[in-house]
Design a protein around this ligand. Sequence first.
Ligand SMILES: [Zn+2]
Length: 228
Amino acid sequence: MSIFRTHTLACPSCGAPVDYELVHSVNADRRPDLRDAILDGSFQLQQCPGCGTAFRCEPEFTYLDQKRGQYIGVWPASRRHEWQACAAKTREVFDHSLGVNAPREARALGDKLTVRTVFGWPALVEKLLAQDAGIDDRTLEAAKLAVMRTQEESPLPGRLELRLIAAEGGDPVFAWLGGGSEGEALPALKVPRKLIDTIDADPAKWQAVKDSVAEGDVVDFQRELLAS
Ligand SMILES: [Zn+2]
């Protein structure tokens, strides 16, 4: 089930109270429209009836897509510094409903799911895009590190986040996000699919890198860099 609850929030622009339908869980099997909206950036975008400003809250919900085998605990970017505790909480909820502590029938469903914990909207979009493009997320993170090594200049670690924003004809496209009002516009990095295939073709060579980009259910080489 997809669950929403109405909260009254202050409009970030004019301060007027706005009734906001805050999402608590998304079931993408039953509501594919919600997955589409997450991908196009319109999900949870709400307009203030007073001043017309569109805004959206930081995400905090559970995302389930049985067809695609994804179970994702989505947390606000502001809680990155607690990433281990958030990941543990997501795992606890999963274990209770679909994992080791769930009834047998539920566990059978859970066995087909990959559990992840992410922080902020771009990190969630990235997991959906990677799955859709058939790219393992450890491979994706390893590819980011490989790409960064080829760049003459990369932003200071931890200030912007490097995320998959598209897969054009199977080629991953990365962008540095989060510059906000500073107006930084770094060009998107389109990477040949061959890089992904090269990493997948030589697991032994890339094992150490793939291990380094992940800790438990958090597969994100920036998990510590962005946490400060
Ligand atoms: Zn307003």
